[in-house]
Design a protein around this ligand. Structure first.
Ligand SMILES: NC(=O)c1ccc[n+]([C@@H]2O[C@H](COP(=O)([O-])OP(=O)(O)OC[C@H]3O[C@@H](n4cnc5c(N)ncnc54)[C@H](OP(=O)(O)O)[C@@H]3O)[C@@H](O)[C@H]2O)c1
Length: 248
């Protein structure tokens, strides 16, 4: 199959491209650094010629709520319009578990906008909601690190390995559109502060971690809010196995 990955140079995108190519598929890579911009639409029509399915794993660096919603919204609209023109028959969106349970977070507002546009859009779709990735804790700590210390919210999560996310996206992309896919998650719940400590240790990075609700994640995300639903698909790779592999 000819499959496009939007966000192909990103963390999940690169793994998804590798998985699809390993399965013998013809993969079209979409990202601004490769000359195709979902925000302006430049290069999209050419990139989608002959494409049957698109996997959207784009992201935005914006943190302002209106900016995040505008950015995810514009990329999604441009992608769906171009897919419609090209006759693409399956749009796969990577989303986040628990979006409707978290009102305040800007990134979640942007992801809800993506989901709304995809569900109301002209291309048959599958939305895959994932929990936080195994590398999420260290990434969050890096956002606030100053003078050897970082704050991090003590969230309860059930993280999933990035490679498992990519495997599931590749599997979904070659199949029929399924609408809302079950939540995907890793095998075990974890405490985000502990995850960050163990990841920075394995990576040999010395930083003092201070549990706090003062950052981007507030107490509306505490408790079971971020955990997967009962029908979840549980991916195999544990957080410990990912750490043992060097926390890639
Ligand atoms: N981190 C988590 O724990 C987690 C959990 C669940 C779901 N997710 C979701 O997973 C998705 C992917 O995350 P990630 O960490 O893999 O992202 P990432 O590493 O930041 O990669 C983002 C990709 O999108 C591309 N991109 C950004 N703006 C673009 C534009 N205007 N046009 C075309 N391409 C564009 C980037 O390339 P260029 O910069 O070259 O354009 C890059 O290839 C996100 O939507 C996130 O919400 C994340």
């Amino acid at each position: 199959m000819r499959i496009a990955v939007a966000g192909a140079t990103g963390h999940i995108g690169a793994l998804t491209v590798a998985g699809l190519e390993g399965g013998g598929h013809d993969v079209v890579l979409i990202s601004r650094s490769l000359g195709v911009d979902g925000l302006t639409g430049a290069g999209l029509d050419e990139a989608l010629e002959g494409v049957e399915a698109v996997v959207d794993v784009t992201n935005t660096a914006a943190t302002d709520r209106a900016e995040v919603v505008a950015s995810f919204g514009t990329i999604t609209r441009n992608l769906l319009d171009a897919e419609h023109r090209a006759g693409v028959r399956h749009h796969v969106l990577l989303s986040i578990v628990g979006l409707d349970r978290v009102e305040g977070n800007a990134h979640y507002a942007g992801k809800r906008e993506q989901e709304r546009l995809v569900a109301d859009g002209p291309v048959p779709w599958t939305i895959v909601p994932a929990t936080q990735f195994h590398d999420f804790a260290a990434m969050v700590a890096s956002w606030t690190e100053r003078n050897g210390a970082a704050t991090i919210a003590p969230l309860l999560v059930q993280p999933i390995a990035p490679s498992d996310v990519a495997d599931i996206l590749a599997e979904v992309a070659v199949g029929e559109p399924q609408g809302r896919y079950p939540d995907i998650a890793g095998p075990e719940p974890q405490d985000l502060v502990d995850m960050a400590r163990r990841t920075t240790d394995v990576r040999g990075h010395r930083v003092r971690l201070i549990p706090s609700w003062s950052g981007l994640f507030d107490t509306s995300m505490a408790g079971n809010v971020l955990l997967p639903g009962g029908r979840a698909r549980i991916a195999p790779t544990t957080f410990d196995e990912w750490l043992a592999a060097g926390a890639p």
